[in-house]
Design a protein around this ligand. Structure first.
Ligand code: NAP
Ligand code: ZN
Length: 354
């Protein structure tokens, strides 16, 4: 019998534990992927613990998937058995609304189908993610992985990479621009690497003094301890753009005050509780703006992967076994990960075979 071995949380309080399910039969344009590596995003933790209050249990997290194609549907055109591929946060969308037609499937009006904790558009079956031995995905939502990169380090590009790449591109980050990245976690460290590769002057804001050296090694020209008002004051009115990746509620005003006239602060961190509203006058008097950004479309995700292939960019990772996932979540909550946990899914295959 065709069975997928996975790890799932059964409710908001329980730890992740082994969970088996029967995958769907391959549809005409489906691709079956043997998962090799899956990154661990803070969004996995938010949803496993129902912090966004929309989790359908049991939930199999994982949307930073790298693997190899093992089977294709009758009419699959883009991929063949043996291809190295990736899957990110989306597995379907309507393809006909204005957002989908512009390649911005993530902003699809009715809501895209997330890789996990979503519902299939045809059958309404709950989607299960990449903490699993295999996944079945429509070929339009499968990405091609550059062959020159370390595969475990590629996995986090599928969410942390695109979520930082997309707003950096949208806000025209490049040479001559002063760009801040707030928080050196999974998203933040990709933001530092990508903004540096785009040619900007990059300033990392961290709450962790122990990360100063790493910040510079990863590509930051300067590192600021964001809890130190004196260090912050030295950068008042100087930034074109700041990308905030912090996973917890905090005061945005100290960052808004660092923006130039017309500067923008974009939020990608999605904390359980909202940030307090910022001071209105600090926005008005310099025409500053605060925006949000959600992952990136499929075409832009491929563009980001190709950019990373060209610039030899991967995530700095700590490879873990599947059964270390609960410990990894606890460490992520303490900002104690350098800088992304990635699950070696072979350990799940071995555990399931034993
Ligand atoms: P992560 O690896 O846990 O990194 C978050 C970083 O935020 C930490 O490393 C820490 O950096 C900083 N931080 C944590 N708590 C803080 C606090 N109380 N005050 C100030 N700084 C704090 O998480 P991640 O996987 O990068 O995800 C970050 C957030 O983005 C999550 O909320 C996630 O759900 C969200 N997300 C959004 C999208 C999107 O499309 N918008 C996509 C993926 C993820 P320092 O130690 O350097 O201070
Ligand atoms: Zn994610």
């Amino acid at each position: 019998m065709n069975i997928t071995h996975a790890y799932a949380a059964q409710d908001a309080k329980s730890k992740l534990a082994p969970f088996d399910y029967k995958p769907r039969e391959l549809r005409a344009h489906d691709v079956q992927i043997e998962v090799l590596f899956c990154g661990v995003c803070h969004s996995d933790l938010h949803q496993a613990r129902n912090e966004w209050q929309n989790t359908i249990f049991p939930v199999v997290p994982g949307h930073e998937i790298v693997g190899r194609v093992t089977a294709t549907g009758a009419h699959t055109q883009k991929y063949r058995v043996g291809d190295l591929v990736g899957v990110g946060c989306m597995v379907d969308s309507c393809r006909s609304c204005p957002s989908c037609q512009e390649g911005l499937e993530q902003y699809y009006e009715e809501g895209f189908v997330p890789t996990y904790n979503g519902q299939d558009r045809e059958t309404k079956a709950v989607t299960y993610g990449g903490y699993a031995t295999s996944v079945v995905v429509h070929e339009d939502f499968v990405l091609r992985v550059p062959e020159n990169l370390d595969l475990a380090g590629v996995a986090p590009l599928l969410c942390a990479g695109i979520t930082t790449y997309s707003p950096l591109r949208h806000w025209n980050v490049g040479p001559g621009k002063k760009v801040g990245i707030v928080g050196l976690g999974g998203l933040g460290h990709m933001g530092v690497k990508l903004a540096h590769a785009m040619g900007a002057h990059v300033v990392l804001f961290t709450t962790s003094p122990s990360k100063i050296e790493d910040g510079k090694r990863l590509g930051a020209d300067e590192v600021v301890i964001s809890k130190d008002p004196q260090q912050m004051a030295q950068h008042t009115n100087s930034f074109d753009f700041i990308l905030n990746t912090v996973a917890a509620q905090h005061d945005l005003n100290p960052f808004i005050n660092l923006l130039k006239r017309d500067g923008n602060l974009t939020l990608v961190g999605a904390p359980e509780h909202d940030h307090p509203a910022p001071h209105v006058f600090d926005l008005i008097f310099k025409r500053r703006s605060v925006a949000g950004s959600l992952i990136g479309g499929i075409a832009e995700t491929q563009e980001m992967l190709d950019f990373c292939g060209k610039h030899n960019i991967t995530s700095d990772i700590e490879l873990i076994a599947m059964n270390q996932i609960n410990e990894a979540y606890e460490r992520m909550l303490k900002s104690d990960v350098k800088y992304r946990f990635v699950i070696d899914i072979d350990t799940l295959r071995q555990e399931s075979a034993a």
